[in-house]
Design a binder for this molecule. Structure first.
Ligand code: ADP
Ligand code: PEP
Ligand code: CA
Ligand code: MN
Length: 654
């Protein structure tokens, strides 16, 4: 509706076109002009991502030659991955290409050349025609996207962690572990009663390996992590993990030591490779298989195959077994322990089975964290094997465990937790999926982590036992012989969940506080520990993080703040100078007083209303210890006959 100024109305006309790019007339100022440098949506999207800075050029190469070298380097890297994924029966590696099959891939393509001319009818299958896309050492952000896009049950929680489901298995499956027996391992390893090493032959291993490799190669894409184990630079191990899930890749990114770009460039051939086929089961017609899950270790081939379980802890503890074989060969003791260090450089080790408090008590705001679970003790001191922590998070609270609480943020894998649908706030008290809920985070997520994760020789060796009987004292000072006795016994009550199938706490004995992971006879590790403790003057302690005032069901778990006070007194050295009394039956030295801990709980008998029940339970547990130790009475601990006798005498007397 316009008037032309002379009173005559003109008919309605279409809206005038707004000119946005008329130069020079200055009438229409359009500030959206020229800010977008793209002509198409695809081009716009391409602007969003900056090309990653090229990894450092190879020495002596410049300009155009540098990019050629980078290409060549990538080609070699892919060839190495293709070799890892090679079928053993078809004699050739798959065609592998870098990048997400859904996105743009980089140019480098490789496959391992045929070693010989093969009759095409035998060697060619459809699998040799397709490409396997390799998602190589992706960043946490990239892995989040992969998980959220393609893996059901992946969500971002309110604090930024990646919530995942591990599927049917929410704990390890120790009964499904197999170790290849050959001429070497037959003599070297611990076999038979009590040993975690259940034998399998080389041929069966190869059948399972082929099954895993064929499954992985049948996928559109696989994840490959090239990383390190052990912060001791002289004893670092290169590991490659091939897996089907972003969850597994992020878990190992967090748990192993992350290489720098330079280290990755020079990675070369791995020392050890894991093929994790996850949900893909083993074949129950295969010899030695007793379920559809199999975790197979072949030390000669330096390989591990995982079939039929997606529980990620299987990879971390599988590699720990490998270290329990490799390190003692170098006179280095591998330890299932947490480790931290005070301001004055005093180091403490925390041994204990799953759920006894290694992670909780080594994560201490007043001390430097060296690691929460797996260490080495060499002539140079201690080193963490891993680059991350794996904390239980059932009933996790900000007040009691602030450092672990705060570590659950972007980058952390949160397994099997329950969260509020809308806010994505995690309910740590919810056991609907499992009791064994877990958080895996890089060790740097703990503010006072000691990087690099190494330290001097330990001053205190703390043996943690979660005693469901409620008869072990909250803390006892041990002689060297007692330390060895309890180390070899490895007593605890397994808390529900970490090992598949355990629903209620039960008394268990697990040699070296980790029988599931040791490869040699327990006395070999014990002898090394005794020698090192003697040499470096370390004091042994037994700390009960379990029940007080009655057994599981009637008593209560010792309050975490009390256990922390006890641990503080060990660290500070004040407990060493306390007054002690000796207990009956176990002959343990217990302090009469500790600052911040009610004195009456220090002797367990005081906390039991029914004294006769206490006595009966004490004798019952002592009997279990005695019976368990029978298998070790014929073994000598190192070269020291006297120590061996003292160890035998260090058990309960009744
Ligand atoms: N007195 C206590 N000492 C140590 N941990 C306790 C105590 N009471 C309860 N807990 C709980 O027990 C669990 C110990 O598990 P964790 O530290 O992960 O064990 P580990 O690392 O040895 O497997 C944690 O959930 C912790 O909160
Ligand atoms: C991951 C584990 O370690 P821990 O429970 O000792 O922390 C495990 O035993 O599976
Ligand atoms: Ca454990
Ligand atoms: Mn732990």
């Amino acid at each position: 509706m316009g008037a032309n100024g002379n009173g005559v109305t003109t008919p309605r006309s279409p809206l005038a076109r707004i000119l946005t790019e008329k130069k020079g007339n200055g009438i229409c100022h359009d500030d959206s002009a020229k800010t977008v440098k793209a002509q198409t949506i695809d081009e716009l999207h391409s602007l969003q991502k900056k090309r990653s800075a090229p990894t450092t050029p190879l020495e002596g190469t410049q300009g155009a030659f540098a990019s050629l070298s980078e290409e060549e380097r990538q080609r070699q890297q892919l060839q190495s991955i293709s070799a890892s994924l090679a079928s053993l029966t078809r004699g050739t590696g798959p065609k592998v290409v870098r990048g997400d099959p859904a996105g743009k891939t980089t140019q480098a393509v490789a496959h391992v050349a045929h070693h010989h001319l093969e009759a095409p009818t035998i060697s060619v299958s459809d699998s040799s025609l397709k490409f396997t896309h390799v998602l190589y050492n992706l960043s946490p952000a990239e892995l989040y996207e992969q998980a959220i896009k393609y893996e059901k049950g992946s969500f971002i929680t309110s604090t930024g962690a990646l919530a995942t489901l591990s599927g049917a298995k929410t704990g390890r499956s120790p009964r499904d572990k197999r170790v290849v027996i050959d001429d070497t391992t037959q003599d070297e390893l611990w076999w038979g009663k009590g040993s975690p090493n259940i034998e399998m032959d080389e041929q069966t291993f190869l059948v399972n390996r082929e099954r895993a490799v064929d499954y992985l190669n049948s996928l559109d894409k696989v994840f490959v992590n090239d990383q390190f184990l052990n912060w001791d630079p002289q004893n670092r191990i290169k590991v490659r993990i091939v897996s089907a899930r972003a969850y597994h890749s992020l878990f190992m990114h967090n748990m192993c030591i992350r290489p720098t770009p330079e280290e990755l460039e020079n990675f070369g051939t791995p020392d050890f490779t894991i093929y994790n086929a996850g949900q893909f089961p083993c074949n129950r017609y295969t010899h030695y298989m007793t379920s559809s899950t199999s975790i197979d270790l072949n030390l000669a081939r330096r390989e591990m195959v995982i079939l039929g379980t997606q529980y990620a802890g299987e990879m971390k503890k599988g590699l720990f077994s490998v270290m329990h074989y490799l390190m003692p060969k170098r006179q280095i003791l591998s330890l299932h322990s947490g480790c931290n260090m005070g301001k004055d450089g005093d180091v403490a080790l925390f041994f204990g089975l799953s759920g006894t408090g290694k992670t909780t008590l080594s994560t201490d705001h007043n001390r430097y964290l060296i690691g929460d679970d797996e260490h080495c003790w060499s002539d140079n001191g201690v080193s963490n094997i891993e680059g991350g922590c794996y904390a239980k998070c059932i009933d996790l609270s900000r007040e009691k465990e602030p450092d672990i609480w705060n570590a659950i943020k972007f980058g952390t894998v949160l397994e099997n937790v329950v969260f509020e649908e809308h806010t994505r706030e995690v309910d740590y008290g919810d056991k609907s999926v499992t009791e064994n809920t877990r958080a895996a985070y890089p060790i740097e997520f703990i503010p006072n982590a000691k990087i690099p994760c190494v330290g001097p020789h330990p001053k205190n060796v703390i043996l943690l036992a979660c005693d469901a009987f409620g008869v072990l004292p909250p803390v006892s000072k041990l002689s060297l012989a007692q330390t060895m006795y309890h180390f070899i016994s490895g007593y605890t009550a397994l808390v529900a969940g970490t090992e598949d199938g355990i629903k209620e706490p039960t008394a268990t004995f697990s040699a070296c506080f980790g029988a599931a992971f040791i490869m040699l006879h327990p006395t070999k590790y014990a002898a090394m520990l005794a020698e090192k403790m003697q040499k470096h003057g370390a004091t042994g302690w037994l700390v009960n993080t379990g029940w007080s005032g009655g057994s599981y069901g009637s008593g209560n778990r010792i309050k975490l703040p009390y256990t922390r006070k006890i641990i503080d007194a060990i660290h500070s050295g004040s407990l060493l100078n306390a007054t002690y009394e000796k207990t009956e039956v176990f002959g343990l030295e217990i302090p009469t007083e500790i600052e911040g801990v009610p004195s009456e709980i220090l002797h367990p008998e005081n906390t039991w209303a029914d004294k006769q029940a206490y006595k009966d339970t004490l004798l019952k547990l002592a009997g279990l210890f005695k019976k368990n130790f029978e298998t070790f009475t014929n073994y000598k601990i190192g070269k020291d006959n006297k120590l061996t006798e003292e160890i035998l005498a260090a058990g309960p007397n009744f």
